[in-house]
Design a protein around this ligand. Structure first.
Ligand SMILES: Nc1nc2c(c(=O)[nH]1)N[C@H]1C(S)=C(S)[C@@H](COP(=O)(O)O)O[C@H]1N2
Ligand SMILES: [Mo]
Length: 346
């Protein structure tokens, strides 16, 4: 960046800084949600854009803090909420960088990724309020050559700094160098006992009596039940990676029955709904059927209660929250797979 561009940046009007910051935050938020949803490496660009947007937010912060300092001189209503917002966004940035580099993996025992997501979710409604309370209307001149040039400089700097900081993580051998494309760290691969027991939100591990437990199958040929013993016949092994959105992943050898072999007919079904004994459920597109495994074992041993005994779903290429534990029922439906909350609600 030349001195003239720096000079030009110094004279940026507050309204434009605010607008740029809002756009960077919106991109960070959208790609953050995208990163949580993506389970295959084709989602890598979402995670990369997320990192770049985070750097852009950081780059804009010196300009923004000048605006904040000026604003504080005026006694305006809601200034404490605005300051809280600045603190929350800074915290989200701090925990994001901490987790990505591996330098700060947890604070007070709480996983850094969890704090990152929680602070982003807390910031979102305050940002909406803040924009409504201090509106900045776009103007025609926002599309001027100069404004576009600045946007270009900001975008290129953010991308450059992001790439450079990833290189530093590699060269310095920081823990972050071993992350998966999703940003997760390997924990307990081929050692199910040291793999974390994770709950999406507030689900509870049920006590299951294996003798009376049955899998309810509803396909296009009707409804029937399978006992654990019946599921024990004709087992297959699948090596698959469970990648939790709380920031860890593990590869295991899972044993069980392919969903395909218990579904007798798909007919006109468009989705498969998989439900846990706890009520937790997810809907898969029927195109996923050939990949899904109903696992009774992992690493050569039966599932532990925490990992979903007696039966859990293995959904290769999907993030951990699709891997339903304590499966009770699988049901083919004509409902499209996307007809469900974007994320499970329990
Ligand atoms: N019934 C049920 N299944 C669930 C969850 C849950 O809360 N309830 N959490 C999911 C999430 S978020 C993850 S990452 C994996 C974790 O599996 P594990 O505890 O065996 O490691 O289970 C998934 N299956
Ligand atoms: Mo998870």
């Amino acid at each position: 960046m030349s001195f003239t561009t720096l000079g030009a940046m110094r004279s940026v009007r507050p309204r434009r800084t605010n607008l740029a910051l809002l756009i960077a935050l919106a991109i960070a938020f959208a790609t953050g949600i995208g990163a949580v949803a993506s389970g295959t490496s084709s989602g890598r660009w979402v995670v990369l854009t997320h990192g770049g947007a985070g750097v852009a937010v950081a780059l804009l912060s010196p300009w923004k803090s000048r605006i904040i300092r000026r604003g504080l001189k005026r006694e305006r209503r809601g200034r404490w909420a605005s300051l809280a917002l600045a603190a929350i966004v800074s915290f989200a940035l701090f925990t994001g960088i901490g987790y990505a580099s591996g330098l700060i993996m947890s604070i007070g025992g709480v996983p850094g990724m969890w704090l990152h997501v929680a602070s982003a979710l807390a910031a979102a409604p305050i940002i909406i309020w803040h924009v409504a309370a201090r509106p900045a209307r776009p103007r025609k001149t926002d599309m001027s050559r100069r404004a576009l040039l600045r946007t270009g400089v900001l975008t290129a700097s953010a991308a450059g700094i992001y790439v450079a900081s990833n290189a530093i993580v590699q060269v310095a051998g920081l823990p972050g160098q071993d992350r998966r494309f999703s940003g997760s760290y390997e924990t307990g691969s081929f050692d199910p006992e040291s793999m974390p027991n994770t709950i999406w939100l507030n689900d509870k591990r049920p006590d299951v009596d294996p003798d009376s437990w049955r899998l309810h199958v509803v396909d296009r040929a009707g409804e029937y039940e399978l006992s654990l013993e019946e599921l024990g016949a004709d087992q297959k092994q699948v090596r698959a990676t469970l990648d939790c959105t709380s920031g860890w992943y593990a590869t295991q050898d899972w044993t069980g029955v392919p969903v395909r072999t218990v579904i007798r007919s798909t007919g006109d079904a468009r989705s498969l709904r998989v439900t846990s004994l706890t009520g937790y459920w997810v809907r898969f597109p029927v195109a996923d059927l050939p990949h899904l495994l109903l696992a009774t074992g992992v690493g050569g041993a039966p599932l532990s209660p925490g990992h979903g005994f007696p039966l859990r779903l293995v959904a290769p290429g999907r993030r951990g929250y699709w891997w339903i534990k304590w499966v009770r029922r699988i049901e083919l439906e004509t409902t499209p797979w996307w007809w469900q909350p974007p994320f499970p609600l329990t």
